[in-house]
Design a protein around this ligand. Structure first.
Ligand SMILES: [Zn+2]
Ligand SMILES: [Zn+2]
Length: 152
């Protein structure tokens, strides 16, 4: 992204163009919408999914907190280690809420909450929430846990 665009509203939305939506990922890919297609990883507008508005509000609220932590981690400044610890904490608010929302979204489409992963760390083989072995049959990410609705 060029420097000027960093201070402009985002217009380059990569929309999902799959014929039908099978599953969803809840993930911060530095865009304005955390609802992405499990298949192509591009964004899906919440109106297309006909989600109930209270759920959309909850997603927006969770996403604001997640974005804030993620931005602090990316910034690599004074708050980096604080943000990293919170993003990894399975008892932390963003993760508890992320899992809860992925479960609610799954009433519409099977959904996964993309758990924070730092590429400098070893790839996890276990679910960060329940410690069961991850299912590596995924197109994006390292593995998933169906019981916890988590994708890493
Ligand atoms: Zn798609
Ligand atoms: Zn799990």
């Amino acid at each position: 992204m060029n420097s000027y665009n960093k201070l402009r509203p985002r217009v380059d939305i990569e929309k999902c163009t799959c014929k039908s939506v099978s599953s969803l990922i809840l993930v911060d890919l530095l865009t304005d919408n955390p609802i992405h297609c499990f298949n192509c990883k591009n964004e899906i507008d919440p109106a297309i999914l006909t989600l109930q508005k209270p759920l959309v509000d909850e997603i927006a609220s969770w996403f604001r907190s997640y974005q804030a932590l993620y931005a602090l981690w990316l910034d690599s400044g004074e708050y980096e280690s604080y943000a990293r610890a919170k993003l990894f904490d399975k008892h932390g608010q963003v993760n508890i809420e992320g899992i809860r929302i992925a479960k609610q979204l799954s009433q519409y489409y099977p959904s996964y909450y993309w758990w924070f992963f730092d590429v400098d760390d070893d790839e996890p083989s276990q679910c960060p929430n329940c410690n069961n072995k991850l299912d590596h049959k995924v197109k994006h990410g390292i593995g998933k846990c169906d019981a916890c609705h988590i994708l890493v």
